[in-house]
Design a protein around this ligand. Structure first.
Ligand code: IMP
Ligand code: MG
Length: 181
């Protein structure tokens, strides 16, 4: 295990089971619809890759990038769109936003409203992790992998200062790693 990790919170095996469960639900719920999986870069990239392979109905993929934490472990509070979604067919499109983690809820509540205003036929959300204790705005994901306590986690796409994204599990970072920054 990586030296900066205090303990593993979600193992590779559990991640695989979670993705299978969510992919199964999505494949049923979106049968007959025009599903676009919208990955929120960069954190959701690993979840997205695993999820799209397990969804058994046709899917299209797209990407948006928004800013959140920068180098700290605290949210900046405002959502900036760095890479926007440019599609002319939104009125015929059922968007499922794929996110790594929900913390304050600001990113996803903003994005759902934004995509509806842009004219998407439907907008729902799937997140691998949820930290409900940290919520600042009322927001519930449609699909959730696992609810976790208020700990700063990395791996499976999630970073601290751009590090640890490639770890195949989700682990709790040792506090001394971010306290010394
Ligand atoms: P929200 O807008 O506060 O819900 O922020 C969600 C974003 O914060 C996620 O997409 C992550 O990029 C980041 N984030 C929140 N908690 C963590 C964490 O424990 N580790 C790494 N990134 C996190
Ligand atoms: Mg993110």
């Amino acid at each position: 295990m990586n030296n900066d990790i205090e303990r593993v919170l979600v193992s590779e095996k559990e991640l695989d089971e979670i993705v299978s469960r969510i992919a199964g639900q999505i494949s049923e719920d979106y049968c007959g619809k025009r599903l676009v999986l919208l990955c929120i870069l960069k954190g959701a990239v690993v979840f997205m890759g695993d999820l799209m392979k397990k969804v058994s109905i046709p899917v299209e993929i797209d990407f948006m990038k928004v800013s959140s934490y920068g180098n700290a472990t605290k949210s900046s509070g405002s959502v900036n769109i760095i890479l926007d979604l440019h599609r002319k067919d939104l009125a015929d499109t059922d968007i499922l936003i794929v996110e790594d983690i929900i913390d304050s809820g600001k990113t996803l509540s903003y994005l759902v409203e934004y995509l509806k205003l842009k004219g998407a036929r439907s907008v729902r959300t799937a997140t691998m992790l949820d930290k409900p204790e940290r919520r600042e705005v009322d927001f519930k994901p449609d699909y959730c992998g696992k609810t976790i306590p208020d700990e700063f986690v990395v791996g499976y796409g999630l970073d601290f200062a751009e590090k640890y994204r490639a770890l195949p599990y989700i682990g709790i970072l040792k506090p001394e790693v971010y306290e010394k920054q």
